[in-house]
Design a binder for this molecule. Structure first.
Ligand code: GLU
Ligand code: MG
Length: 472
């Protein structure tokens, strides 16, 4: 086998930069023909360009050229007028070579997660992955590191034409009961292929279960550092859909691909530890919920920013079809101990891992979001809570939908935004989040998402569900 030290890019004879050597050697050893550079856009869509392995060394160094306009593109591929994102101007899709994986469901292909950088090599002001990196840096200024995991649900089935000529429908692959093992038998081949493919990419599958909805599955993966967690979620979305498509099936992580079935969440779990020595920062055995003061302040920040934050964590029109009371997706700005109707759930510690397993779970989060913007937004909101020592009030340990309006008001339980437009208005009014996003990113994001809201307002539920299960 070629030794990494002697590697050159075969075509151009360019020496492989040292930081990329390992990735190029692995791509060659695995006989990869194409390596895809993945990024997530403002529509929440994962897009990419691939480099042929023979040019990989050069492209790791230079990135692949890309138009600035793609960050003004909606999930319907309609380009929005955003200053600085027109037909003139160029960025590079620059991969992180440490993230190289072989794609088990696409033999001969690999993937890397990528940043969007300017031609001068600086991070582009509209790069979502850079937004998360900067949020992680801010957290470090306060002395914390974050561990996180997206906990995605998805629906597997077939894409079927509507005999009446309407939009295609997603017909679920099973009609099994919640956690019924019959659902596993009905989807065994698909599920096993997904589990193997995730593990092979280093995503560390923790569990599997058939979920409540017909065809609905859940395969949670192990938490990781914040950047890795968002990268993992991109690879996860690609895997769930890639395996299905190659098998002649269809899988969707859209929040509500089938209107009368359970929605697909991607609950966001997060915990902080001290950068200095790794001590868990959310655990306090003396507290009745096992949560530290830092943890309560973090919740205070999440709840204070939740209406606007939702525009980032629940990024599509379809997201708001999921966020209904009594669907276990959350509908009110409350937190509670193991309360699955609360927007923020304090997860009870696991025996045997009492300290490090304490984490917060944000329920209003789904896979139509750009995971980098979602997690970066969560960090900024929580950090604001820590910096301002925000008090989240009392925990709500009942289903808020069963409280009277007077009780909800007394508990500070506000209904979450009912539509994407409401969430976007809240985001536009949230100075902290708009500031953190910066002028280019916030302008483009709001333009893209407002255009999506306007487009879907012209159509019915069937078309909305179709467009979302097609893309997510
Ligand atoms: N499917 C629910 C959601 O939309 C979550 C159910 C559960 O608690 O796992 O978030
Ligand atoms: Mg679930």
């Amino acid at each position: 086998m070629t030794s990494p030290d002697s590697l050159t890019s075969p075509e151009a004879d360019v020496p492989v930069p040292s930081y990329a050597r390992d990735a190029v050697a692995r791509a060659l050893a695995a006989d990869l023909e194409l390596v895809t550079f993945l990024y997530a856009d403002h529509g929440g869509v994962i897009r990419a360009k691939a480099a042929s392995t023979q040019f990989l060394a050069e492209r790791i160094e230079s990135g692949i050229g890309h138009t600035v306009a793609m960050m003004a593109m909606t999930m319907l591929d309609t380009l929005q007028p955003v200053e600085g994102m027109g037909p003139v101007g160029e960025v590079r899709i620059k991969p992180d070579p440490a993230t190289l994986v072989e794609l088990p469901y696409a033999p001969g292909a690999g993937a890397m997660l990528a940043d969007l950088i300017r031609p001068d090599g600086e991070p582009w002001e509209a790069c979502a992955r850079s937004f998360l990196k900067l949020a992680i840096d801010e957290l470090a200024v306060e002395g914390y590191a974050m561990s996180a995991a997206f906990e995605p649900e998805f629906t597997v089935g077939q894409r079927v034409a509507d005999p009446a000529g309407g939009p295609d429908r997603l017909v679920p692959a099973d009609d099994s009961l919640c956690y019924s093992v019959t659902g596993f038998h009905q989807n065994y081949d698909y599920v096993m292929e997904v589990v193997r493919a995730l593990n092979a990419q280093g995503l560390r599958v923790e569990h599997y279960y058939p979920e409540l909805g017909h065809g609905q599955q859940e395969i949670p993966i192990r938490h990781a550092g914040a950047l890795r967690a968002a990268d993992n979620h991109v690879l996860y979305r690609e895997t769930v859909r890639g395996v299905a498509i190659r098998r002649g099936q269809w899988a969707s992580l859209a929040p509500k691909p089938i209107p009368d079935q359970a929605g697909n969440g991607a609950h966001l779990h997060a915990s902080l530890s001290l950068l200095a020595d790794g001590t868990p920062a959310f655990a306090d055995a003396a507290d009745s919920c096992g949560l530290s003061a830092t943890g309560y302040h973090f919740i205070g920040g999440l709840l204070a920013h939740l209406p606007g934050l939702l525009a980032l964590t629940c990024g599509s029109v379809n997201s708001y079809r999921r966020l209904q009371p009594q669907f276990w997706s959350s509908a009110y700005t409350v937190y509670g101990m193991d309360n699955r109707e609360a927007a923020v759930r304090i997860c009870s510690p696991l025996r045997g891992d009492a300290t490090s397993s304490v984490n917060l779970e944000l329920k209003p989060s789904d896979s139509s979001a750009n995971p980098y913007l979602a997690l970066g937004g969560v960090i900024h909101a929580g950090l604001d809570g820590i910096r301002r020592r925000l008090d989240p009030g009392e925990a709500v340990n009942v289903d808020p939908a069963t409280m009277t309006q007077v009780q909800r008001e007394a508990a500070g339980a506000r209904r979450l935004p009912l539509t994407l437009t409401e969430a976007l208005d809240a985001l536009a009014a949230d100075e902290l989040l708009v500031d953190a996003l910066g002028p280019l990113r916030s302008t483009a994001y709001l333009a893209v998402k407002r255009a999506e809201a306007a487009a879907f307002a012209e159509h019915d539920t069937a078309w909305e569900c179709f467009q979302h299960f097609l893309r997510f």
